[in-house]
Design a protein around this ligand. Structure first.
Ligand SMILES: [Zn+2]
Length: 257
């Protein structure tokens, strides 16, 4: 399969970057005519002000390093796609998984940021040697790419390397999910949070994150014909009242199309 490189991936390759540790966003921004500044921002998380081919990107210095990094990459995306516009990006504009139309500038900037920080040509070979995905291995990959576990997981799911789904839930139910291309479309997660899931125990109880994936009934996550199957679940907290679950379909019968 030939990989179609996106703009940020072509850019990284043109710089000869073959290791995530070498993705120096300040240097890349500089090459593109943008300077990065850190400072306190009151009403937004990051902003870009450009004039005559030069721009200044400011990120909120109070945010954690991985979040700042994603925000810088997001602003570089705006610089490449929405030049001539002065943009201020709020917390909910950056790294928001809410479905936005494909031409929405915030979504375009997020996708750009994702490919700049977690390019597929570096993620795909990295996951080849991972026999199975746990939160621990996910955390190691996320640290190598200096990205959040959620942003990393989105790219890992998309590789199709593992038969997994990632499902984000709150007490109100399923917020969003992504499936590996190897998971048949009939495995569509329930909209509610089942008491049989570990996510439920983490949302409503004080259950800590499990160190290893645990078997749960597939019916805890899927409505459809899931009665007899068992899957693996491992969940982690992403925000105060938000849980991310990695569901692994271990039964080959579930993967048959
Ligand atoms: Zn933005």
């Amino acid at each position: 399969m030939t990989l179609q490189f996106t703009h940020p991936e072509r850019l990284l390759r043109s710089f000869g970057i073959v290791d995530p540790a070498d993705i120096d966003l300040e240097a890349i921004a500089w090459e593109l005519g943008a300077k990065i500044r850190k400072g306190p921002l009151a009403t937004c998380e990051a902003r870009i002000v450009g004039l005559n081919g030069r721009a200044i990107i400011t990120v909120d210095e109070r945010k954690p390093p991985k979040r700042r990094r994603f925000s810088i990459a997001h602003e570089i995306g705006h610089w490449q796609h929405h030049r001539g516009r002065c943009l201020t990006c709020r917390v909910q504009d950056i790294g928001s998984i809410r479905q936005r139309p494909a031409n929405d500038p915030e979504r375009i900037a997020d996708e750009y940021a994702s490919d700049l920080i977690l390019p597929r040509y570096l993620i795909e070979p990295r996951v080849q040697d991972v026999p199975r995905l746990t939160i621990k291995t996910l955390g190691e990959i996320a640290d190598e790419f200096q990205a959040s576990k959620t942003a990393t997981l989105i790219k890992v799911v998309a590789t199709g390397r593992f038969p997994i789904l990632m499902v984000c839930t709150t007490r109100a139910g399923r917020k969003w999910f992504r499936s590996s291309p190897t998971v048949p479309g009939r495995w569509f997660p329930r909209t509610d949070v089942s008491p049989d899931s570990l996510a439920f125990e983490m949302l409503y109880g004080a259950k800590p994150e499990s160190t290893m994936p645990r078997p749960v009934k597939a019916s805890a996550w899927f409505d459809r014909d899931a009665g007899g199957f068992t899957i693996l679940e491992q969940s982690f907290k992403v925000a105060d009242a938000e849980i991310m679950s990695i569901l692994t379909l271990t039964d080959k019968k579930m993967l048959a199309s």
